[in-house]
Design a protein around this ligand. Structure first.
Ligand SMILES: [Zn+2]
Length: 340
C-alpha cells in the first residue's frame, strides 16, 4: 500500500468557501454568521473524482491522509469563535469525504486556533475529530497570526494541553502554518518553509520531547530547510549542550517527502534515516505545474522515491510502514474503513 501522508482538500466545494467569506464578513460587521450551506454527497464526489482520486490512480498511490486546505485555515482571521465555526465546518467535510471514499482517504483535523488564544480552545475539536470522525492526526499551526509570530514557541508550556491530547490519543501533529497575511512572506514559497524550519528549531531547543517521550511530529515539505542544514543543527545542538541531534530528535520528529525535485529527495534520503521519512506529495497543492526538465508534475513525488538508490524494504518503510508507525491509529482506521 502506498500512503500519501499529506493531502489537503484544495478542491472543496465553492459554497463551502463562499460561506467562509460570509462568516468573515459577518464577524467584521459584528453579526452572527449565516447558517452553513447544504452540500450534497454528489457535489462532494464531483470535487474528488476528477481531482485527488484521479491523481491517486494515475500516479499509483492508494491512500491519502487528508486534511482541510492549509492556506484556508486562516487562523489570523476573525476571532476564536470564527475559528471554531470554520474548523468544525472544514473537519466535517473531510469526514464526509472519508466516508464517501473510505479506501482512499483517512482524515486529519485542522484546529480552531487563533492568535494569542490558548490552545486549550482546540481540545473539544480534537476529541470530536478522533472519537466521532476517526481522524488519525492533527495539523498544528505554530503561528496562528499568519506570519507575525505572536504566539509562544512550540517549546512553551502554552502548547502542552494539545501535546497531552496527542499523547492520550496517540495522534501525531503535522507542524503546518496557514496563509501569510504579512506581505514579507509568500505563503507557500517562504512562510510554509520557514514555519517548518522554525517549528523544528523550537522543538529542538525545548524540553517537549523529554516531557512527552512518545509524542510525534511531522515536519512537512521535506522538513523545510532542516535536512539541507542538518550540519548546522547538529552544531547548534552540540554548542548548546543539548546532546546528539539524532538522539534528541529522531525518536519523535519525522519528515515528509513534499520536495519537488529528485536532487532534493536524494539529499533528504541521504541525510535523514529512512525510518524518519514518510511519503507525501501534498497534491493537489502549492505547485501544480509540469517540470519541463522531466515532463512530469513537480508534485508527482512517488517518481522521485522510485528513483532513489534504496532497497525495496527501505522504500516500503517510506511508502507505508513509517506512516503506520507514526500515525498510531492508522492501521486500525484502515481496517475499519476498508475491511482490510
Ligand atoms: Zn500542506
Amino acid at each position: 500500500m502506498i500512503i500519501d501522508c499529506h493531502g489537503h482538500y484544495t478542491t472543496s466545494p465553492r459554497q463551502h468557501e463562499g460561506w467562509r467569506t460570509q462568516q468573515i464578513e459577518a464577524h467584521a460587521a459584528g453579526k452572527a454568521p449565516p447558517p452553513r450551506p447544504s452540500i450534497t454527497d454528489d457535489e462532494l464526489r464531483e470535487t474528488i473524482i476528477g481531482g485527488q482520486l484521479k491523481l491517486q490512480r494515475e500516479r499509483g498511490t492508494d491512500l491519502t491522509i487528508f486534511s482541510p486546505r492549509a492556506a484556508g485555515m486562516g487562523h489570523h482571521l476573525g476571532d476564536a469563535s470564527t475559528s471554531e465555526g470554520w474548523a468544525a465546518a472544514c473537519n466535517e467535510l473531510i469526514h464526509r469525504v472519508c466516508t464517501l471514499f473510505p479506501k482512499n482517504f483517512i482524515g486529519v483535523g485542522m484546529l480552531p486556533q487563533s492568535a494569542r488564544v490558548s490552545p486549550k480552545n482546540c481540545l473539544a475539536e480534537i476529541d470530536r475529530c478522533v472519537n466521532e470522525y476517526g481522524f488519525v492526526g492533527i495539523n498544528l499551526n505554530p503561528d496562528p497570526s499568519g506570519g507575525h509570530w505572536q504566539d509562544p514557541p512550540l517549546g512553551d508550556r502554552y502548547w502542552y494541553p494539545v501535546y497531552e491530547k496527542m499523547v492520550e490519543y496517540d495522534i501525531p501533529a503535522m507542524v503546518h502554518v496557514s496563509a501569510a497575511c504579512n506581505p514579507a512572506f509568500h505563503t507557500t514559497g517562504s512562510h510554509y518553509l520557514s514555519g517548518d524550519t522554525t517549528g523544528f528549531n523550537q522543538l529542538m531547543t525545548s524540553s517537549v520531547l523529554k516531557d512527552f517521550p512518545s509524542i510525534k511530529f511531522i515536519i512537512p515539505h521535506g522538513g523545510g530547510a532542516v535536512p539541507y542544514h542538518w550540519g548546522r543543527y547538529r552544531g547548534l545542538a552540540q554548542d548548546a549542550k543539548l546532546g546528539l541531534l539524532s538522539e534528541i530528535m529522531l525518536k519523535n520528529v519525522f519528515f515528509d517527502t513534499c520536495v519537488y525535485h529528485l536532487p532534493g529527495q536524494e539529499l533528504l534520503a541521504k541525510v535523514i534515516p529512512v525510518d524518519n521519512i514518510l511519503f507525501a506529495s501534498e497534491m493537489i497543492g502549492a505547485v501544480r505545474g509540469i517540470d519541463p526538465e522531466t515532463g512530469h508534475h513537480y508534485d508527482d513525488t512517488k517518481r522521485y522515491i522510485d528513483q532513489l538508490p534504496l532497497s525495496p524494504a527501505d522504500k516500503a518503510k517510506i511508502f507505508e510502514g513509517n506512516a503506520r508507525r507514526v500515525y498510531g491509529r492508522l492501521s486500525k482506521q484502515i481496517e475499519k474503513q476498508t475491511g482490510l
